[in-house]
Design a binder for this molecule. Structure first.
Ligand code: SF4
Length: 445
């Protein structure tokens, strides 16, 4: 078994969402979605601005009907008037043709959901098929996994499945209907220079996909591929794809499979990663990180959204922390701090807080705060600067692995660190609020 220390990022074609490019070696893009009703224009404008100021580089707005899609024109104009341009995505689900064509006039990206775009009410065919196989085999059937090949009478699962499967003619008819309703959207996006996200959700697969592939990553991937093939057939490739699920293993498996299947079909579109319905609080953050970071570490993923059942502004620091911790984007100082133990020479949490307060604006630096000399210097070897506890209430300052000064009284430690940073020419005064706003605009455009 070979274990890789690092994975190169997957090579993709670029997808351009207004001024933002995802994929093709660009930094992983952070995005989120507003929660206000689209008809509530002023509230939407406020939330879009707040999200962009927080660092959301693309902001999504839901457009469930044509009326909401029309509202986006005014929303966009007011955002520009009050704040400046913000890359916007319109979220389109049921019977989306007219909605998506209208939305494409006002946004930088249209998201379509293949499971709902050409909406067919479920007839129960998927459930019947699932149940009949399950009953005959006397066990639970979950997708294609773990199903025995035949029952006691030798009736195969495949033959049971075939009873309710879609015929080739039914598949062809459904695909033709999708193409007919989807092509106007493809043409509108191509003409206006808009991007498109083909965004599949595990929880909203079409009945045809459920019958054919089960409630599985295969069904998610095939749903996306059908739409991608139509786009390519019509010469449109400014695309990205998402395959989201509320269960991390499903989301991870679907994205890995998507990469494989795209590769087999000669496609290399960027991927948007996210765990849906993650909930709120600490567990939601851990769950999202588990799914998103697993894939990013494999080089998969070009834009991310952490979905929280909270104010969406709270999603942005989580996104940036995931990216910073994986070394994919650097948006703040990286602090390396030991957990402290019986050898610690000072109150480590208090000292770490003090050092952070003094230096947190020096984006790009790695600063280590270590409780003692025994393991400290070795464990902080990658840091630019080290602040290490020594005997007798003293501090030792390091530049990389080199001791710059020792025997510093603890109460002077932070001032000496600042003096060292100034002497090295890496110190800057903290920016004002106005400068911070300008930096956010520059960072995200
Ligand atoms: Fe303990 Fe020193 Fe390691 Fe910190 S660096 S955990 S104080 S041994």
């Amino acid at each position: 078994m070979s274990l890789e220390a690092t994975y190169p990022r997957r090579k993709t074609v670029p997808c351009r969402v207004g001024p933002i490019t995802m994929g093709s070696g660009h930094p992983v893009v952070v995005q989120s979605m507003i929660t206000e009703e689209t008809r509530n224009i002023e509230a939407c404008v406020d939330q879009i601005i707040a999200l962009h100021q927080a660092g959301s580089e693309i902001v999504r707005v839901t457009t469930p009907t044509l009326g909401e899609a029309q509202c986006v024109e005014e929303i966009r104009a007011k955002v520009i008037e009050r704040y400046g341009p913000v890359p916007l995505t319109a979220d389109v689900h049921h019977q989306g043709t007219a909605i998506a064509v209208e939305a494409a006039k006002h946004v930088d990206e249209v998201r379509v959901n293949p499971g709902l775009f050409l909406f067919r009410k479920h007839t129960g065919r998927a459930a019947s098929r699932h149940n009949s196989v399950s009953e005959r085999l006397g066990g639970e059937v979950a997708g294609s996994a773990g199903v025995p090949p035949a029952d006691a009478e030798g009736v195969s699962v495949e033959s049971l499945r075939t009873e309710m499967a879609y015929s080739p003619q039914e598949h062809a008819a459904e695909q033709a209907a999708i193409e007919e309703s989807f092509v106007p959207v493809v043409e509108a996006c191509a003409k206006l220079g808009r991007a498109m996200r083909v965004g599949v959700n595990h929880g909203s697969l079409s009945e045809r996909m459920l019958v054919t592939y089960g409630d599985t990553p295969d069904g998610m991937v095939e749903s996306a591929l059908e739409y991608l093939r139509i786009c390519e057939k019509h010469g449109y490739t400014n695309l990205n794809i998402s395959l989201k699920a509320s269960r991390v293993p499903v989301m991870v498996a679907a994205n890995r499979l998507m990469v494989k299947r795209m590769h087999e079909e000669g496609m290399a579109y960027p991927l948007h990663l996210g765990v849906t319905e993650a909930g709120d609080g600490e567990y939601a953050r851990i769950k999202s990180t588990a799914g998103i970071a697993t894939l990013l570490m494999e080089g998969i993923g070009d834009t991310i959204r952490v979905s929280l059942a909270e104010d969406p502004v709270n999603e942005i620091p989580v996104c940036y922390d995931i990216l910073q911790s994986l070394g994919l984007r650097k948006t703040k100082v990286e602090y390396i701090a030991c957990p402290s133990c019986g050898r610690t020479k000072f109150n480590l949490p208090a000292v770490l807080h003090e050092v952070r307060e003094a230096t947190r604006h020096l984006v790009g630096l790695d600063i280590a705060v270590m409780g003692c000399i025994v393991n400290g210097p070795g464990e902080m070897a990658d840091a630019d600067y080290g602040y290490v506890g020594a005997a007798g209430g003293k501090i030792t300052l390091y530049r990389k692995r080199e001791i710059v000064k020792n025997g510093i009284p603890q109460e002077n430690g932070v001032a000496e660190l600042i003096a060292l940073l100034k002497a090295d020419g890496v110190w800057q005064d903290a920016p004002s609020d106005a400068e911070k706003r300008e930096l956010t605009m520059l960072k995200t455009l």
